[in-house]
Design a protein around this ligand. Structure first.
Ligand SMILES: [Ca+2]
Ligand SMILES: [Ca+2]
Length: 132
């Protein structure tokens, strides 16, 4: 399981209260998107999860906050892919991959485009589908 799948699960089961305002309607909506939505809808949902202040851009600060909360929740032992890297290193890798025009933020278009071209991410979206 990679970090995208992990963060989807994290967003689903345990949104940190101080980080993301938990809203029951949001939660139910997210769940139905994950169950029945298209890949693009799922990716949009994931993007919104990362975009904490909902301004349409994922910043490194937001990503770091999410990564740190995933690390805290999942721990270093349950997630083999995070064992070797710090949250900060994962953020750097995420931006290297996602921030195509190198302006320091990731837009929804960059996010969806990159995810759809990434076989590992697409595979984990499938995996996630099977998990639920
Ligand atoms: Ca943002
Ligand atoms: Ca960008």
């Amino acid at each position: 399981m990679d970090l995208l799948a992990a963060s989807l699960i994290n967003g689903l089961v345990a949104r940190p209260v101080n980080l993301v305002k938990t809203d029951v309607l949001d939660f139910v909506l997210g769940l139905s998107v994950l169950l029945r939505g298209s890949v693009t809808e799922k990716l949009r949902w994931a993007f919104n999860l990362y975009d904490i202040n909902k301004d349409g851009y994922i910043t490194k600060e937001e990503m770091l906050a999410i990564m740190t909360s995933i690390y805290d929740m999942m721990g270093r032992y349950t997630l083999p892919s995070v064992r070797d890297d710090s949250p900060f290193e994962h953020v750097e890798k995420f931006f290297q991959k996602m921030d195509r025009n190198r302006d320091g933020v990731v837009t929804i278009d960059e996010f969806i485009e990159t995810c759809q071209k990434d076989e590992n991410i697409m595979a984990s979206m499938q995996l996630f589908e099977n998990v639920i």
